[in-house]
Design a protein around this ligand. Sequence first.
Ligand code: PEP
Ligand code: MN
Length: 291
Amino acid sequence: MLDAKLTTKSSLEHQTTVKLSEHATIGGKEIIIIGGPCTVESAQQMEEVATRLGLAPIQALRGGVYKPRTSPYSFQGLGVEGLKILADVSQRHHLPIVTEVMSIAQIAPVVTYADMLQIGSRNMQNFELLKAVGQAGKPVLLKRGLSATIEEFVMAAEYILSHGNPDVVLCERGIRSFDNYTRNVLDLGAVVALKQLTHLPIIVDPSHAVGKRELVAPLAKAAIACGADGLIIECHPEPEKSVSDARQALSLEDMIELVYSLRSVAAAVGRSLAEVRPHFSVVPKVVAKSA
Ligand code: PEP
Ligand code: MN
């Protein structure tokens, strides 16, 4: 391993926790669940997601507004309009937001509206972006590159820490291999290795790892069983209609069922699901006064 000065675990007990909000901490005894669609499509979509997931042991919402699409002709995301939708839903449902930044220019708006900045797989070695999120003052979710080695992954995290940001969470989301039956290959060995090598929390994204909704739940359970600190999972009110990654999106019902099914798995490895939060009164949207 290269010179990993800041990410290296110094003892068995050395474990960083990253706080997203009063009710959402990653890396403690409780596992964290982040759920939501691949892409923010509309206010109604996010409202439905937040309303349903907020009543289950799910602590944070995801949704992309700057989307790294393979084709330049595919929908690229709602941008700042999407960030405003996320911020509104977050405030009324008391759920922190995780969303991707693809460029240095997108950091300022994302910091204004979201609680955690996601660095997507395609940018894991965008070193200038890593340095910039190192100075962003908000937690970072760093996803493993499409074919990044464990060492490259750790060194990418090292970039962010060495530029001043200690709040980094790693995310294993599958790596490229020869078999295209599943979208990627979920590398649970890396989760175990990273737990031993670094003090940073690590969560697993089974959705992008397998790319097929029927394979998501068993891998989510396996991830918790092998020591992951949590999961980020794509789900949608109408999965087949998702504008991106429809094939891997769970329905909201299946998402909630999956989360409850993790209780016994978590308990078997000395972890627990968070309590369902007290029912917050959801403040209705402020309607602008007509002049
Ligand atoms: C995503 O989270 O929607 C995403 C694009 O993930 P990844 O960077 O892991 O492909
Ligand atoms: Mn996606």
